[in-house]
Design a protein around this ligand. Sequence first.
Ligand code: GLY
Length: 362
Amino acid sequence: MANYRVQTPQRAYDAIVERGCIARIDEFLPARAGRIFVVTTSDVWGLHGDRVKKALGAREHQVLFFPGGEPRKRLAEVEALAEQMMEAGGDRGSLIVAFGGGIVTDVAGFLAAVFMRGIPVMQIATTLLAQVDAAVGGKTGVNLVAGKNLVGAFHQPLVVLIDPDVLHTLPEREYRAGLYEIIKCGVIRDAELFRVLADDRERVLAQDPKTVDAIIAGAVKIKAEVVTADEREGDLRRILNFGHTVGHALEAETGYTRFLHGEAVAFGMHAATTIAEISGRLSADDASAIHAVIRGYGPIPAVDGISAANLLARLGSDKKTVQGKVHFVLPVTIGEVAVVSGVAEAHVLEAIETALGQAVQA
Ligand code: GLY
């Protein structure tokens, strides 16, 4: 079992990485919790809902289903869930248990942030991506047509339960999509984690329990440290966006339907690594090691029909843009990154074109 403390001005809580920890839900519920709403998808509930039901025991709860899928991560779905909560007697004393992947944890977290101006949420992550990233750190929100997560709130949970046992039902593609966020953690802050991903690829892909637990714990530790240092992304937290600037553009450009978030981040990490190399910040050896590890967990979906110029044009509407300036998180060595603005447009275009080429070869 590993516990990582997240200490923010809003709330201090644990992210718990432990096989079987779903059974511990009741420990983290306030003794006098009001009505409990479990927000999930029918797929996740069908696979693992019995564990939650059992853990909630005699606690009365209502299960609300969210359709799932990135295109449904919209304000209209939040409104529909809030209406259902009202119909079921939800009030300021209610509590939400978000039970699912990153889309569920974002949507249910946002619902908790705005319902009655804010009620508590417990995050129980069931995909690798949610376990190592989305469920930890309090970012919640929904997409607009203009871009990803453009409406949202920081709403820190009561606790994050990360039970690697649930991953055995995860489709292999979604598992690999989560691995890209772990690669991200290695590149930005932990050369040893990167080394494990590079050297133990077979054990990682085979979901060897010891290896999986170790890499999840490594990523959650980094997330907890970074969020503790900078809850609101004023400074250090921006490093978690490695691969996300171009990744978000790719997701928006393809209508959130072709790429899983982690896959888009993989593409974006290729692009950022190339920018770092051609702008003289990263050695060719480190760049090729990063590209190789990303490729090693591929492939990502085909990129045909996607134009580098269109992706470049989309970078301006990402919310990481400050006063019109696009920021990139660029590796300077494995385990360390710099946040850079004012990257030459020619370098960005060249890097996106190279990433499109790399994706075709993968
Ligand atoms: N997913 C990036 C962050 O939580 O800041």
